[in-house]
Design a protein around this ligand. Structure first.
Ligand code: UDP
Length: 326
C-alpha cells in the first residue's frame, strides 16, 4: 500500500520540524509548508535529502494548493512568542483565522483529517487552576497577546464548525509551554532567553518578581501526545503539556545551575497581561490518549542546553537586540 501523505504547516518552526521528523520516522510522506517569517530552514535542512520529504515555501493565509492525495493535515504555522505578536500582529491574526479556514477547506476537499495547534493561551490569565478543557478562559482581546489568543480561539470555533457542519474529521490540541532543541534563541521566550543570556555571560532577566508560574513540557513528549490525538477519534480540545509547575524565578535558578554561569538574576518589568499561573490538567489526555509526559525537566533541560551550546557565535547573538525590546 502506498504511504500516507501528511501536510505539516509551520514545518520550519520548532514544533513543526519535530513533527516532520516524527511522521517521516513513522513511514509517512511529509509535505512541509512554511513562509519562513519565524521558521528557519536550518530546522529542516536534514530532511531535503529524503525522497519522503517535500517543501513548499508558502503563506497559508493565502489559498493553499497541494496536488494529489492528502490523508492528514497538521496546522502548526503561527508566530508563537509575545515579541512576535508585537512585531507581526496582523500576520498572527491572519494565520490563525484565514490560514485555518484555508486548511479546513483543503481538508474538506481532500477528505483529510486535520489537527490544529491551539494553545493554553485560550485560557488567558486563568482564574481556574490547574486549567482543564472545560474552563472558558480569561482573555483580554485588546491587549498585546489578544492577537494570538483571539486568533486561536477563533481557530477552535471554526474547526468545530467544520466538524459539525461539514463533518470534517478534526482534532484540537491545546499546547502548554514546550521546550527543546530548535527553539528560536532570541525570540523573548523564557527558556531560550535564560540559556542565551547564560551563554553570552549576561545577567538573566526575570520579569516581575518571578513568582508567576509555568509548566514546561519536553518536545518529544508533546509530539507523542499530538501523534496519539491525531490517531484518536476525539474531536474536542485536549490539553497536552507537563503538569510539573515551577515559578519563573526558580526556573531561572535552575538554568544558572545547569549552565554553571556566574551571572545573577535581574528583575525587569512584567509585560502586560502576563499570565500569573499556568498548569495543565491532563486528566483528559490520560484517559483518552493513554498519554502522560515521560521526560523530567532535568533530563529535558540537559538535552536542550547541549543544543544551544553547539550554536555558532553569530546564532548566539542573532536578534539579541530584538529580544531586549520587551
Ligand atoms: N520571562 C522572563 N524573562 C524573560 C522572558 C520571559 O521572566 O527573559 C517570563 C515571562 O514574563 C513569563 C514566563 O517567563 O512570565 C514565560 O514566558 P514565555 O514567553 O516563555 O511563555 P508564555 O508567557 O507565553 O507562557
Amino acid at each position: 500500500m502506498a504511504s500516507k501523505r501528511v501536510l505539516i504547516t509551520g514545518a520550519a518552526g520548532f514544533l513543526g520540524s519535530h513533527l516532520c521528523d516524527r511522521f517521516i520516522k513513522e513511514g509517512y510522506l511529509v509535505i512541509g509548508m512554511d513562509n519562513l517569517i519565524t521558521g528557519s530552514m536550518k530546522n529542516i535542512q536534514h530532511l531535503f535529502k529524503l525522497k519522503e520529504f517535500e517543501f513548499y515555501h508558502h503563506d497559508v493565509s493565502k489559498f493553499v494548493h497541494v496536488p494529489g492525495q492528502l490523508d492528514y493535515i497538521l496546522h502548526f504555522a503561527s508566530p508563537a512568542s509575545p515579541i512576535d505578536y508585537l512585531k507581526i500582529p496582523i500576520q498572527t491574526l491572519k494565520v490563525g483565522s484565514l490560514g485555518t479556514h484555508n486548511l479546513l477547506g483543503l481538508a474538506k476537499s481532500k477528505k483529510a483529517r486535520i489537527l490544529v495547534a491551539s494553545t493554553s493561551e485560550v485560557y488567558g490569565d486563568p482564574q481556574v487552576h490547574p486549567q482543564n478543557e472545560d474552563y472558558w478562559g480569561n482573555v483580554n482581546p485588546v491587549g498585546p497577546r489578544g492577537v494570538y489568543d483571539e486568533a486561536k480561539r477563533f481557530q477552535e470555533a471554526i474547526t468545530m464548525a467544520y466538524h459539525t457542519f461539514h463533518q470534517v474529521e478534526t482534532r484540537i490540541v491545546r499546547i502548554f509551554n514546550t521546550y527543546g532543541p530548535r527553539m528560536r534563541l532570541n525570540d523573548g521566550r523564557a527558556l531560550p532567553a535564560f540559556i542565551g543570556q547564560a551563554l553570552r555571560g549576561e545577567d538573566l532577566t526575570v520579569f516581575g518578581d518571578g513568582s508567576q508560574t509555568r509548566s514546561f513540557c519536553y518536545v518529544d513528549d508533546l509530539v507523542e501526545g499530538i501523534y496519539r490525538l491525531l490517531m484518536s477519534d476525539y474531536a474536542y480540545p485536549v490539553n497536552v503539556g507537563n503538569p510539573d509547575e515551577i515559578t519563573i524565578k526558580e526556573f531561572a535558578e535552575e538554568i544558572i545551575k545547569l549552565t554553571g554561569t556566574v551571572q545573577k538574576i535581574v528583575n525587569k518589568s512584567l509585560p502586560q497581561d502576563d499570565p500569573k499561573q499556568r498548569q495543565p490538567d491532563i486528566t483528559r489526555a490520560k484517559k483518552i490518549l493513554g498519554w502522560e509526559p515521560k521526560v523530567n525537566r532535568a533530563q529535558g533541560l540537559q538535552v536542550t542546553y547541549q543544543y544551544f551550546k553547539n550554536l555558532s557565535k553569530e546564532e548566539l547573538y542573532e536578534n539579541v537586540r530584538f529580544g531586549e525590546k520587551v
